[in-house]
Design a protein around this ligand. Structure first.
Ligand code: ZN
Length: 318
């Protein structure tokens, strides 16, 4: 049996999985992410790998991290959430654990997991959006990750085609998709709606203790399930931008499937229905051409670990 380990370095936790060649996660381990402490993060990765290793013969370790990864998959060029700049993560982890290591962007490992074993299995070209606090993007074209010249392709969250010159983004530009279609944007839309029209937000405001500023993403989902008009409008708001962005991806990539992943997809059809509605409207002129189905991811939070482990297994030739 061929075993590799996938590790997902997130803002709050370092999660790992022992994965076989069929994409099955045989064991998991986790540690908290020590914020602003690079040696601490390396140590956490090492501990996760050692927990999972337990004397077994491991081929390699794959790591997914939010940030820009160099084209040779060795260095995290920039990771704002971890305060990393030009961090030679591959070599540091490889030295710490004594195994070959591959580093890849977190959304790229997620789409790779879905491509090999999940919602895009059997589809050669696909696009993935992770809708969480921000928006990550991954693109697979003809069974290859689209990594670009410098390793930083598929940053769909920072495309501006749906609203150039709009809200200021953390990346320093304005109008990025992430500012209109992320979990944070969903919550903001619900807060704005509840302030403007409290009568239509009674369920939502009740859950939030009457304070629009206290509304959380989970409450938006819960009250939308109960029919709260403002909460439903907030899903329609982000669905509009995601649907139009996905339609642009059809024009650009012509994928076989478009996958929605990340924490907000826990809302299921509350998120998928508005995306599909606006996506279909945006592509209505192409009525006679086949277009990609918009689907929810199927591997959930395991996608990154499974994808990273698989990239580690097939590290040669990439
Ligand atoms: Zn941006």
């Amino acid at each position: 049996m061929s075993l590799t380990i996938g590790v997902d370095i997130g803002g709050t936790k370092v999660g790992g999985g022992l994965v076989d060649e069929n994409g099955q996660v045989l064991a998991t381990a986790r540690r908290p992410t020590p914020a602003d402490d690079t040696p601490g993060v390396i140590q956490a990765v090492k501990e996760v790998v050692e927990d999972l290793r337990e004397g077994r013969d491991i081929e390699a370790v794959g790591i997914g991290a939010a940030g820009w990864i160099s084209s040779d998959r060795s260095t995290v060029m920039l990771a704002p959430n971890l305060s990393w700049k030009d961090e030679p993560l591959r070599d540091k982890v490889s030295e710490a654990v004594g195994l070959p290591v591959v580093v890849e962007n977190d959304a790229n490992v997620a789409i790779w997991g879905e491509h090999k074993y999940g919602a895009a299995k059997g589809v050669r070209s696909s696009v993935l959006y992770t809708v969480g606090t921000g928006i990550g993007g991954g693109i697979v074209v003809k069974d290859n990750l689209l990594r670009g010249t410098n390793g930083v392709a598929a940053e769909i969250g920072h495309t501006r085609s749906v609203m150039p010159d709009g809200r200021t983004c953390g990346c320093g530009r304005t109008g990025c998709l992430e500012q209109y279609a992320s979990g944070r944007a969903l919550t903001q839309a619900a807060r704005d709606g509840a302030k403007a029209d409290p009568d239509q937000a009674q369920i939502l405001l009740k859950l939030a203790g009457g304070d629009p500023e206290a509304i959380t993403g989970r409450q938006v989902t819960e009250s939308a399930k109960q029919g709260d008009e403002v909460a439903l409008a907030a899903f329609d708001f982000i669905g509009y931008y995601l649907g139009n962005s996905a339609a642009d991806m059809v024009q650009l990539i012509d994928p076989g499937v478009i996958i929605i992943a990340g924490g907000v997809i826990d809302a299921g059809d509350l998120l998928l229905d508005p995306i599909r509605k606006h996506y279909t409207e945006a592509l209505s002129s192409r009525a006679t051409l086949p277009v990609a189905e918009v689907k929810a991811a199927t591997l959930g939070s395991k996608a990154g670990v499974i994808g990273a482990a698989d990239l580690a297994r097939h590290r040669t030739g990439l």
